[in-house]
Design a protein around this ligand. Structure first.
Ligand code: PEP
Ligand code: MN
Length: 357
């Protein structure tokens, strides 16, 4: 995807950071317009509102449908903002583009579906290949599926593409509604360096109070902007009310977070990076030494007819190391992940010894 164009409206590239804000769903004309007026007064240039809402279960609010497009037209006329909405099939694309919607996004449930993606890509490619399209990550943490969705649009001739990181589904209760798994958008950046990637702190966090820290994290990591859910009366929103912020709160958040500058000199961090290189080498040495000891233990177990897996021992390793890691300020989840990976490799190496004649 080397001929991607930056996000632009009518040939004019938009400034970074890209900030998109607006309610989860368009509910009423009054709600759409009053939210838009407030956001415009704070300098927001791109408005979002879901017209067709993909709901996990039937019976929830499934969006107002095409009438909402009329309200978005009024937002454009009255505030001058560009407007965007989610599309999930060809009929949505046709209706949205006919109503003058300036930018489309593909939701997380749709980007996971190659049939739907192909249909949407073909429709946009035929009707308006210059319209910017942002692709949310699929609900499951599958980078190839995300890239595949982008490629379908690109192959259909859509030139102004971007990605939205909105976190990934995880089973069970967690701090986040959708786990950020930052290494996945980071890998997307490495694979397609010229693709703008913006962050959706509302759907990652699922809670109002997580919007600001997640937005800051997005900028700290050098992503290109944000799409934030903002509603004139968040507590009464018809969908996603726990994660929406009012326009004045959004304005406060945007004024408090610090933008990072990727253009300033990197001399100071060069030294720190050299230190990281040295530390990584040390880490590899230590890991290698540990594996050597594990192989010696494997040899002993084999000679004494013992089994490879000694669960009690592994449990006590996890407990003591996690406690130590916590005392040093590292998280339980991180330490567990590291120990599990090391353990898996140790077992693999010991089994190799067992299988040798
Ligand atoms: C949305 O942006 O309102 C939405 C439905 O998001 P997602 O596809 O990320 O769940
Ligand atoms: Mn939402």
């Amino acid at each position: 995807m080397n001929n991607l164009q930056p996000i632009a409206f009518d040939g004019i590239e938009i400034d970074k950071p890209i900030i998109i804000a607006g309610p989860c769903s368009a509910e009423t004309e009054e709600q759409v317009l009053s939210t838009a007026r407030e956001l415009a007064s704070y300098g927001i240039k791109i408005y979002r509102a879901g017209i067709w809402k993909p709901r996990t279960k039937p019976g929830g609010f499934e969006g107002v449908g095409e009438v909402g497009l009329e309200w978005l037209k009024k937002v454009k006329e009255e505030t001058g903002m560009k407007v965007s909405t989610e599309v999930a099939n060809r009929a949505h694309v046709e209706a949205a583009l006919a109503a003058g919607v300036d930018m489309l996004w593909i939701g997380a449930r749709t980007s996971a579906n190659p049939f739907a993606m192909q249909e949407i890509a073909d429709a946009i490619g035929e009707i308006s290949p210059d319209t910017p399209v942002l692709v949310k990550n699929p609900v499951n943490p599958d980078l190839e599926l995300w890239i595949g969705a982008l490629e379908r649009l690109h192959n259909a001739g859509v030139t102004h593409l971007g990605a939205i990181h909105r976190g990934f589904t995880a089973y069970g209760k967690h701090l986040y509604r959708n786990m950020p798994q930052w290494h996945i958008p980071a890998e997307l950046r490495r694979r397609i360096p010229n693709l703008p990637i913006i962050i959706d702190p509302s759907h990652i966090g699922g809670k109002r109070e997580l919007v600001a820290p997640l937005a800051q994290q997005a900028f700290d990591m050098g992503f290109d902007g944000l799409i934030v859910e903002s509603h004139c009366n968040p507590d009464c929103a018809w969908s996603d009310k726990t994660q929406q912020v009012s326009p004045d709160v959004l304005n406060f958040i945007l004024n408090t977070i610090s933008l990072r500058n990727d253009k300033c000199t990197t001399e100071n961090i060069t030294l720190l990076r050299q230190e990281i290189d040295r530390l990584d080498n040390d880490l590899l040495e230590v890991l290698n030494k540990r594996m050597r000891v594990c192989r010696e233990i494997g040899q002993y177990k084999k000679e004494h007819n013992m089994q490879v897996l000694q669960t009690g021992r592994f449990d006590s390793i996890i407990q003591s190391r996690v406690k130590l890691a916590n005392e040093m300020g590292m998280s339980t989840e991180f330490m567990r992940t590291v120990l599990m990976a090391i353990h898996e490799e140790s077992v693999r190496q010991q089994l190799e010894i067992f299988n040798k004649r």
